[in-house]
Design a protein around this ligand. Structure first.
Ligand code: N01
Length: 546
């Protein structure tokens, strides 16, 4: 449907597309939200996607070694048993190219692409109170009008390139891992510098080192990592997946954070040291994020966490042969998994290669980038390529880079000036009919993402159905419900060791000037699902419906 309206910024008459609902993003979240609203509710819906294809985070993060850390048989949609039987994963953890093939397969299977506008970045969304419509503008100047607006913009989609002086003078090439060139980067014979040792840097370093003439890793904060133990899936396991889609779906709905494994009920504190060591050793051999499931108290009791931290630090020192390098890598200042825990393939082993050097930025921070390379306060490191594995303006960044305005033109930037405030991570007071999928205040990044995404998209679709059945037009979070939810999010975080990593992106601490607020809901996906269901069952308690 097209009609003539007024451009929200320039007052120019423009052709607008009018819809029941508009979805921003076509990653895991946007695709499924589009499917729910279009195919189950019969709404007129479009998704607008900045990238040239589906995939969201996986479309952009094509860096060497990019791979998911959820196991493949739980890192997918579970809404359709047929779909689960039709797709076959090849490895324990899906690599970026395989995830892209999967998401394209889903988009084609459900004919979603016909309702997605690619290469279309949303720059503004303003709520028109009189019309009860969202007016949305893209970078190219197109406008869309929709009753419901759903942001499915991902938690980690706004790349953070630190503002080092001199970067523009660098004579070599530089790349951020989250904006990786589609044609790839040839490291052969090159001197490569990589800044950052989060999940991304830890995945990329071994792959780059195997190709480059030399790799220099610049580490600001030492990090834990546990071996992923990736391997091809056996045909027996592939058969198990096809035969048990219901069981797989159920498990991801019963475990704390939507993973395939359950947290062991035993406590690290009180377990005799030799038994504990044996349990950690078995968990290390098994590999993956399941390591943190070894003991129930690991994430809630610092003393318990210390036992895991100590085990991993000893492992690092036993793997890395040069004692000085091992000391820098194992000098970790936060509890295990208080920052998002990476898993790896030969990360610490990479430092035993002759062509890899570690630079300790705690001892000598980066001062600037020169024409030749990276300069710390102690030395200049000449480089041909710099890789920024420096993370993202997480969770709020993707929302705040759009000019989102609610009632009376109030900007989301103002409302979130001191940190994100919303109800259930789903709605902001003063922004009616705007829903955020896996935004701050929801389990999102602490959960296996597709599980969190399906819950949100289903809840939003059910809410839409409810409004339609009741003849209602508008839903809006109430300020007192927001206050209570913000308090609950804080309380949930404070029951864990998570806020002890004071420099983590969970707290926004990686971005200079960003308010330090623990953003995801740490109470677990099971509890969160119950709360959301309960709110809906009570007639959307905490929301005003009209
Ligand atoms: O980003 P990060 P990431 N000078 O923010 C350093 C998901 N993910 O892209 O710790 C020097 O974790 C920074 O240092 P510090 C996953 O959720 C998943 O690695 O702030 N260094 C840190 O070492 C993950 O958590 C997968 O002191 C600077 C690094 O850069 C999230 O994405 C794979 C700096 C950034 O680490 C983000 O991971 C990859 C500066 N100015 C990512 N600024 C899987 O599924 C930042 N750093 C496996």
């Amino acid at each position: 449907m097209a009609n003539v309206t007024t451009d929200i910024a320039s007052n120019e008459p423009l052709q607008s597309t009018e819809l029941d609902a508009l979805v921003i993003g076509a990653g895991f979240a946007g695709l499924y939200q589009l499917l729910c609203l279009r195919d189950r509710l019969g709404l007129s819906v479009k998704a607008l996607e900045a990238g040239g294809g589906v995939g969201g985070t996986w479309y952009w993060n094509r860096y060497p070694g990019a791979r998911c850390d959820s196991e493949s048989h739980v890192y997918w949609y579970t809404f359709s048993p047929e779909l689960m039987r039709e797709w076959e994963w090849s490895e324990r953890y899906p690599g970026q190219p395989e995830i892209m093939r999967y998401l394209n397969f889903v988009a084609d299977r459900f004919d979603l692409k016909r309702d997605i506008a690619f290469n279309t970045r949303v720059v503004a969304a303003h709520y028109d109170e009189a019309a009860n419509r969202w007016r949305v503008r893209t970078e190219a100047g197109e406008t869309y009008i929709a009753k419901f607006l759903i942001t499915a913009v991902g938690c980690l989609s706004t790349a953070n390139v630190p503002n080092f002086p001199g970067l523009k003078d660098f004579k070599g090439d530089w790349y951020h891992t989250g904006q990786w060139p589609h044609e790839g980067v040839d490291f052969t014979g090159k001197r490569v510098g990589m800044i950052g040792t989060g999940s991304t840097g830890i995945q990329a370093a071994p792959v780059i080192a195997a190709e480059a003439a030399h790799l220099t890793v610049f580490q600001r904060t030492a990090n834990y990592s546990v071996p992923a133990r990736n391997a091809p899936l056996t045909s027996k396991f592939q058969q198990y997946i096809k035969q048990n889609p219901g069981e797989i779906r159920s498990v991801t709905r019963e475990t704390l954070n939507g993973m395939a494994f359950r947290i062991e009920p035993r406590l690290a504190v009180g377990t005799p040291p030799e038994d504990r060591e044996r349990i950690y050793e078995a968990a290390w051999e098994r590999g993956g994020l399941q390591f943190r499931a070894a003991f129930h108290d690991m994430m809630t009791d610092k003393a318990a966490n210390d036992t895991a931290a100590d085990f991993i630090k000893r492992k690092i020192r036993s793997i890395v042969k040069d004692p000085a390098t091992a000391a820098i890598l194992s000098d970790i200042d936060h509890p295990y998994a208080a920052k998002r825990p990476p898993i790896d393939t030969n990360y610490f082993e990479t430092y035993n290669r002759d062509n890899v050097t570690l630079v300790d930025l705690r001892a000598a921070p980066i001062e600037r980038i020169s024409a030749a390379g990276v300069c710390t306060t102690q030395a200049e490191y000449p480089l041909d390529i710099i890789v920024f594995a420096t993370g993202f303006d997480a969770m709020t960044g993707p929302m705040l880079r759009m000019d989102i305005r609610g009632r009376e033109g109030v900007a989301l930037k103002e409302v979130w000036e001191a940190g994100p405030r919303n109800y259930l991570g789903l709605q902001v007071a003063g922004f009616p009919n705007l829903f955020t999928v896996t935004g701050p205040g929801s389990p999102s990044v602490l959960c296996n993402m597709p599980v969190a995404i399906e819950q949100h998209a289903d809840w939003i679709a059910d809410c839409n159905r409810h409004l339609r059945e009741k003849g209602l037009e508008r839903i809006e979070a109430q300020p007192d419900a927001v206050d209570r939810w913000v308090a609950e999010v804080n309380e949930a975080a404070n029951k864990t060791v998570l806020p002890m990593a004071t420099h983590s992106w969970y707290l926004g601490a990686n971005i200079p000037g960003k308010p330090r607020v623990f953003m995801p809901y740490a109470g677990g996906m099971v509890r969160y699902r119950e709360i959301c269901a309960d709110v809906a069952a009570r007639g959307y308690e905490g929301f005003a419906l009209s």
